[in-house]
Structure formats: structure tokens, C-alpha cells
Design a protein around this ligand. Structure first.
Ligand SMILES: [Cu+2]
Length: 147
């Protein structure tokens, strides 16, 4: 499927509108790698893993040759295992999460950029293709307050 939903919450839209009047800051650049892993299992990595609050441009690379992966992110202060999880579908239950943003269903070898406005806090990023969250496709991401 080539369809892709890039969705943002009302909260994010409001934040964006509120900051639009300020001087446009250069977005922080973050490289996201989605990988099946040759021997180490699946992974999701963000470099850097900490950025200042404001616009963040994620360059998301699906390194897989065969599988779809995705990049979802939301504010989350707890450990990743505490995300609501549906054992039947083997997915994080997105309907029970607020402020979820991201890019769904990147095809193998596809690279997509997504620019998000992020406020300070601790975030979790994950892939929600069935089984992938449990297969360690998640990572913590920190947005620090700007001076
Ligand atoms: Cu995945």
C-alpha cells in the first residue's frame, strides 16, 4: 500500500500556531533508522536522541529490504513496556494514546521526512507494525527546554 497517514493532534496544531509568530527557528535534525537487524533483532534508533524544544525534522529511513516499518512518537514519561498493548493484534493500542504523531507504513528502503513541533518532555518512539514493538522497535527521545 502506498497510502500514508501523517497525522498531528490538535494540541500540536495549537502549539504550531502559537509559535508561528515567533522568529522561525531552524529545525533540529534527527536521523531515524528503522532496521530488521541482521542478527541483533529489530531496532529503532534516533540520532541525536535529545533535541531542544521547537521544530524537529525527522529523516526516517527504513533500512529493511523486505519489511514495512513505521515511526510513531508521543510524549511518554513511563517505561515503554507500560504502553497499552493489544495481545491479539500484537500492536500498541493507538486508540488509547493521545498526542500520537508519526509516519505509518514506510516501504522497504524508503526514506521520508517529517517535521513536528515538539514541546519539552520525555517521548517514546516506536514502530507499530504487528509484533515489532515487542521486538524492541522502540526508543526514548528527550526534548529539552529552550533557554
Ligand atoms: Cu517495524
Amino acid at each position: 500500500m502506498l497510502t500514508r497517514n501523517v497525522f498531528q493532534t490538535l494540541l500540536t496544531v495549537c502549539l504550531f500556531a502559537a509559535s508561528a509568530g515567533a522568529l522561525a527557528a531552524e529545525p533540529a535534525a534527527v536521523k531515524v533508522r528503522l532496521s530488521d537487524g541482521a542478527s541483533a533483532g529489530m531496532s529503532l534508533t534516533l540520532v541525536p536522541s535529545t533535541v531542544p524544544a521547537g521544530p524537529v525534522e525527522f529523516t526516517i529511513l527504513n533500512e529493511s529490504r523486505t519489511m514495512k516499518h513505521e515511526f510513531m512518537i508521543l510524549p511518554w514519561s513511563e517505561a515503554g513496556a507500560a504502553l497499552p498493548y493489544d495481545q491479539k493484534t500484537q500492536q500498541v493500542n493507538e486508540a488509547r494514546l493521545r498526542a500520537l504523531q508519526g509516519v505509518e507504513d514506510l516501504n522497504p528502503r524508503e526514506t521520508v521526512t517529517a517535521r513536528l513541533m515538539l514541546k519539552p518532555g520525555r517521548y517514546i518512539a516506536f514502530c507499530n507494525e504487528p509484533g515489532h514493538f515487542r521486538d524492541a522497535m522502540h526508543a526514548t527521545f528527550i526534548v529539552s527546554p529552550t533557554k
